[in-house]
Design a protein around this ligand. Sequence first.
Ligand code: NAD
Length: 306
Amino acid sequence: MTGGAGFIGSHVTDALVKAGHRVLVVDDLSSGRRENVHAGAELHTLDICSPQAARLIETEGVEVLVHHAAQMDVRRSTEDPAFDAGINILGTLNLLGALANSEVSAERKQVIFASTGGAIYGEQETFPAEESHPARPLSPYGVSKLAGERYLFYFHSQYGLNVCCMRYANVYGERQNSHGEAGVVAIFLKKLLAGEVCRINGDGLQTRDYIHVSDVVRANLAAFGQSGFRTYNVGTGIETNVVELYGLLASAVGSELEATHGPGMPGEQRRSSIDSALLRRELEVPDPLTLAEGLALTSAWFRLNA
Ligand code: NAD
């Protein structure tokens, strides 16, 4: 498990440990936190770009590489595309090369890759987007995730690695930070709980597909051990705009504060939602929580931990 000290990776680690797997966590703690790592997992504080991380994969008999470590800040990727590519492309290649070279037999090797449905499709032609929708990412982050998927296909065809590319929508939930694709949930919750006024960028009618982290965990568990090369959207198919999201968050924490509006973010994607019918049909993943259910869990956690 890479990125197992981060938001999503730590929840997936919890589930894998509970399921009885030996879990090695590789995380450099650049945005993750040591206290997020389940006591039953082994934390290796390493950069995914390092020879030590590659050696760990080669020598520890790793069968399933659940790859969540990434530079996942879209804004940072536009400011410094080379930094983003260094981690998301070269770091991924470092791990894939090590897995391909290890002694474990090819049919037992699998990569579950945390990709993005929120950023890979760009401005969508159809709503919600299916996996076959053209991928025209609008940010270097989306480009580097798409490159990761393409390299995975190469390693699948050349070395027989089994692969599941999991294209997450905007993931929110307990332990999330403000930098991810659903960072707005954490930003608004912290402000609302502190009694501060929230600022919505632009008209607030830009939409996203918000999925609770527990649904992402269920998708990872279902992907575990699947053969072949597969690509799944992991979302709800429902668009929610920022004004609606703010209203749900304010009612979840019992706040009557009104939000203000600031200038829009230049180049921000306008609408996004992804269709997960394939995931639910092929991997029998249950329907996701409603946004109100997920936000109730998330706000309860922020109330205790913010
Ligand atoms: P996160 O920042 O909480 O987790 C990323 C983890 O990777 C952190 O623990 C960080 O310390 C670690 N990391 C970063 N660079 C590293 C490096 N060079 N070497 C080792 N560890 C490193 O982010 P998250 O929201 O949990 O995202 C997890 C994955 O899911 C990422 O790959 C992200 O691109 C993807 N994803 C997230 C969302 C979302 O809405 N949060 C949506 C789509 C895809």
